[in-house]
Design a protein around this ligand. Sequence first.
Ligand code: AMP
Length: 295
Amino acid sequence: MKIIRSAKQFQKTLEAERLRKRTIGFVPTMGALHAGHLALVQASRKKNKITAVSIFVNPAQFGPGEDFKKYPRFFNRDAKLLREAGVDYLFYPAVEEIYPEGCSFLIKLDAAADFARGLCARFRPGHFEGVATVIAKLFNLSGACRAYFGVKDYQQTVVIRNLVKDLLIPVQIVVCPTLREKDGLAMSSRNQYLNAEERKHSAVIYQVLSGVKLCIENPSSGEMNLELLKKQALKNLKREGLNVQYFEIVNPETLLPVQVLESQMLAATACFAGKTRLIDNVIIRIPQRGKTRRG
Ligand code: AMP
């Protein structure tokens, strides 16, 4: 595995790989890697000749008072994991490589775009503009054929799909499932902030999301009224001491709250366990009546 710190060098190296007709899979991360990140690497290795990973804690996506400074950084450990996972190139730029002095452009999201208004965007102003900006830069450097993202950050995947569509970036976005701890908590670099008590209570997040999914997908198993389901979910999260920022059931494309049941929905939540903000979601699918499977 080659570690590259210069943006120019990264671009040149991957261009040379493309000229040799090698397909490139790219996995952008902020480091402090866990099995969820490594699953993205494996998905990329299966489909592409070359896999490149970036580790960059992007200052533009953190708001004032958020955890940019204390975000966990374990470069040596991460590099070892990626080498063992068979990664070809690790791009590890300094902030100045991505945001050189005099850099005056930032990707702006249309405030009227439905997907950019609700869920996390409501509570993290500017966050997705920071994400879109860094991802566009990383795509320009990598020239990847495919880029891999986790569905855990669902709204981020919607932003990136729209970014690629609107800016005509020729990369295929591949979204991979969420890897979870044994008790269901979604793996996250931020889980290491949790103390033992907070860690124990955080398991309720996935239990509540799964409970809502079960109720809606199997009408015989319980309540179907969305408002009541949301109320119950909030109550269960609060009972474990979590401070809920939002719990929503939304359309998976527009991310607008659904009023009546739709064939596909997303239940998504952001909660604080102590000072740590955790997000998670599940897709809900209602089987269409009268449709039979063909063998
Ligand atoms: P991050 O380092 O948190 O910016 O995440 C880098 C990539 O890993 C993003 O595409 C995330 O959605 C993805 N990711 C984070 N946690 C998980 C997880 N538990 N399972 C699968 N992918 C994940």
